[in-house]
Design a protein. Structure first.
Length: 401
């Protein structure tokens, strides 16, 4: 067996393989294989003579060009991965994966994992009225809270008026992002592997950045956004989508009835959503705006359930029993039988914005991340075991003397 290596510890691994009688034809740093694959003139390199390529599983090393080149030469790829994110990326390309600390000799015999049952993910759309109720903050915290455990989560910025996910996470917004995904969807070539290539991994969440200039909003047309979200369901378990506040349909005030609409992205996302999170600012203006816009939200969301999340809860603007006042108002005017609340934590959210990190990772024990975890566990991704445990405790407490 002839083996090529593109690893940070290539020389150490080569020594181990040679001691086991394996022929090593190429041993270089982790990005060497990707550079060879990108250079068409290097197609005759020793890399193509290998039976197996053992490569680092990060995105800089494992590229689509490398996979294509190895497919043509009949070279099997095995990716050594240290993170679950790298493992999922490699598996999306159909590449076998092993743990980075596994014995190199054993790693040579790894095969791609068989696909599991076909289960589609969800599109979770976060919407709130005008007035900065915290849509982007909720979208980010929701995505990173959902990413606990083995859930695959992505975050997409579909705001056509004021996109800000990239800025909040410190990600360059010059990348392809959601607009590129929409273009691929329009051509019918958007796949999970392509979404992984387009997205920017930020810790354990894949991020599809929004448009970097407001005048690019026509790129996010209704059909394109719908197609991108449909493809996203085959890509991750939960796709969190941040959308703009506007829900107006402006066909009657324009002359081109077939032209693009600036609010089409939000309307299309809501129409195809599996779950909608309605964000309400806990003050008289924020509650009033949400109540007045709720009929439009309900019509746009169709049959999708709406979970109402009240942000910036504090007593100042509402006086005594702010939580009860907001809950009763929403129940009376929107029919929401239950609402969830996030506390007003300006210092914590400012620190997260300064560090360009989600608060769920920067200060996971704080009041706001704890409230978001409760919202996710109860309203977005309920845990049946937790519900059974809570019911059992309630029954025991009720039967106690």
């Amino acid at each position: 067996m002839r083996v090529a290596l593109a690893l940070p510890d290539a020389q150490r691994v080569a020594q181990r393989l040679r001691s086991a009688g394996v022929e090593v034809v190429f041993a270089a740093g982790p990005r060497a294989a990707a550079l060879v694959a990108a250079d068409a003139a290097a197609s005759g390199h020793d890399l193509t003579r290998a039976d197996v390529l053992l490569v680092s599983g990060d995105r800089d090393s494992l590229t689509s060009d490398l996979v294509t080149m190895c497919d043509r030469s009949g070279t099997r790829i095995v990716a050594r991965c240290r993170r679950d994110l790298d493992r999922r990326f490699a598996e999306s390309l159909g590449v076998a994966t092993v743990d980075a600390d596994a014995d190199p000799v054993d790693a040579l015999h790894a095969t791609p994992a068989l696909p599991g049952p076909l289960t589609r993910g969800r599109a979770i759309v976060v919407w709130g009225p005008h007035g900065a109720p915290g849509r982007t903050t909720v979208s980010i915290e929701l995505a990173y809270t959902l990413a606990r455990g083995d859930r695959r989560v992505a975050l997409a910025d579909a705001d056509t008026h004021a996109p800000s996910v990239a800025l909040a996470l410190g990600v360059p917004d010059e990348g392809p992002g959601l607009a590129a995904a929409c273009r691929q969807a329009a051509r019918g070539v958007l796949t999970p592997a392509e979404l992984t290539r387009i997205a920017v991994p930020v810790e354990d969440v894949e991020v599809l950045t929004g448009i970097n200039r407001p005048n690019r909003w026509p790129e996010l047309s209704a059909d394109r956004v719908t197609g991108a979200l449909e493809a996203g369901r085959d890509w991750v378990d939960d796709l969190v989508v941040d959308v703009a506040a506007g829900l107006e349909r402006d066909e009657e005030i324009v002359s081109d009835l077939d032209g693009p609409r600036r609010n089409a992205a939000a309307l299309a996302a809501l129409a195809t959503a599996d779950l909608v999170v309605g964000v309400v600012a806990a003050d008289p203006v924020g509650v009033s705006r949400f109540v007045r816009a709720y009929p439009e939200l309900r019509a746009a969301a169709g049959d999708a359930p709406i979970r109402v999340l009240v942000t910036k809860l504090r007593g100042g603007p509402l006086g005594i029993d702010a939580r009860g006042q907001v809950r009763r108002t929403l129940e009376r005017y929107t029919g929401a039988d239950r609402s969830w609340f996030l506390p007003w934590e300006p210092r914590a959210t400012d620190a997260a914005l300064l560090a360009a990190r989600p608060l769920a990772r920067l200060a996971p024990r704080g009041p706001l991340p704890a409230a978001m975890r409760r919202f996710v566990d109860e309203a977005v991704a309920p845990d049946p075991a937790r519900r059974r445990g809570r019911s059992a405790r309630t029954a025991v407490a009720a039967s106690a003397p």
